[in-house]
Design a protein around this ligand. Structure first.
Ligand code: SF4
Length: 366
């Protein structure tokens, strides 16, 4: 797995954001080496020393050429640096908060009570990001800090016209009073990922652990639509909601036709998803009929429907076109049986933490 947290040493006292530049093969740093850049001075295989206006930063155990252009958040007291934005990756996500007002049965990152305001650091990071990046914002629930989030979006989008955002939100906290703020943003550059698990309110509410959540998300999706927001509906496929997937497809087609994408997603084996794996994991390789019917219906109604996190060989050949590789590079892995697979370059494989006995009854390409 690609390390996102680095062991470092620095003279600084307070946390800061800096962009690392290796400038290998160049006699001296180029003119665009800015105040928030630290350039590689020396490297000996174990340690790399970066220096800049923010001071010296010694990074341990990573080839410095792999860090070129990365934007890191340095916490001197912990001797760590978090790679907020990796220059070589299209999968960069900033964790806005670990707080959440829902408690989903399969939550990959169970919520915590404490919150640290990272917006000022994230703003710096986004301003330093590579050109034409799409940056993910997630949580917890980012809109628990809605006014700070709007300020952050307004500021960064005004200063970086080439940057787009993908924001994961449970959409519980919007209202018509937000229309003006939403419309003030260039909504063509933001994709809002909103989970909807079932067209049956009781099932959705049970999955997210919050009574009334379905009614609220339904109402607030209308608000987002009225504002002109782009919506990616996200449905994690599990035993409790798999039988109702076709009904959900009909609901999406009739009630939410403005949806940009409907993503049907396989379950992640981490957090509560791991704790509740036995009661949640739906083997879509054997039960694909339910998925296929829902997908056929949604596609026939013009809904752009995708299968996220489905190993390609577990999907019937005719449907593989709907299953892009979606697992981020830093957490993607393959099992031993994948070694000689012809589909490997197109297949997103598994989450790094998926059990090696993968649990799919039909697996591998015949
Ligand atoms: S065998 Fe592995 S690489 Fe091939 S399609 Fe299946 S999961 Fe993907």
């Amino acid at each position: 797995m690609i390390p996102l947290r680095l062991k470092v040493d620095t003279d600084a006292i307070d946390p800061y954001v800096v962009r690392l530049r290796s400038f290998e093969g160049m006699p001296q740093p180029p003119d665009n080496c800015g105040f928030l850049d630290a350039a590689l001075e020396t490297a000996d295989g174990e340690t790399a020393l970066f220096a800049g206006a923010t001071g010296n930063l010694r990074v341990f155990g990573v080839d410095p050429s792999e860090l070129d252009g990365d934007i890191v958040f340095v916490v001197p007291s912990r001797k760590t640096a978090h790679r907020l934005i990796r220059a070589s990756s299209p999968h960069n996500t900033l964790l806005i908060t670990e707080r959440c007002d829902q408690l989903c049965v399969m939550c990959s990152q169970p919520p915590k009570k404490q919150h640290v305001n990272m917006f000022p650091f994230f703003e710096t990071a986004v301003l330093l990001a590579p050109e034409n990046s799409t940056i993910g914002l997630s949580g917890g629930e980012p809109t628990l800090f809605k006014s700070e989030l709007f300020d952050f979006l307004r500021e960064t989008m005004a200063r970086r016209h080439d940057i787009d955002f993908h924001i994961l939100t449970n959409a519980q906290h919007f209202g018509r009073a937000d229309l003006a703020e939403l419309r003030d943003l260039d909504l063509s550059r933001i994709l809002w990922g909103v989970p909807v698990y079932s067209s049956a309110g009781a099932i959705h509410d049970q999955i997210v652990g919050k009574q009334g959540a379905f009614e609220q998300v339904r109402k607030n999706l209308s608000v987002l639509c009225e504002a002109g927001a782009r919506i990616e509906l996200r449905t994690v496929l599990m035993k409790p909601n798999a039988p109702g997937l076709l009904d959900l497809a009909k609901f999406v087609a009739v009630t939410l036709p403005f949806t940009d994408t409907w993503a049907i997603m396989q379950l992640e084996n981490i957090g509560y998803g791991r704790q509740n794996w036995g009661s949640l994991f739906f083997d879509s390789s054997l039960g694909f009929d339910l998925v296929g019917k829902a997908l056929d219906f949604a596609v026939s109604r013009g809904i752009n429907t995708k299968l996220y996190n489905f190993p390609l060989c577990t999907v019937p050949a005719d449907y593989r076109v709907f299953a892009p590789s979606t697992i981020s590079d830093w957490k993607r892995a393959y099992v031993a049986d994948c070694a000689d697979c012809d589909l490997r370059t197109e297949c997103g494989g598994f989450f790094e933490w998926h059990p090696k006995a993968h649990g799919y009854g039909r697996f591998g390409v015949a």
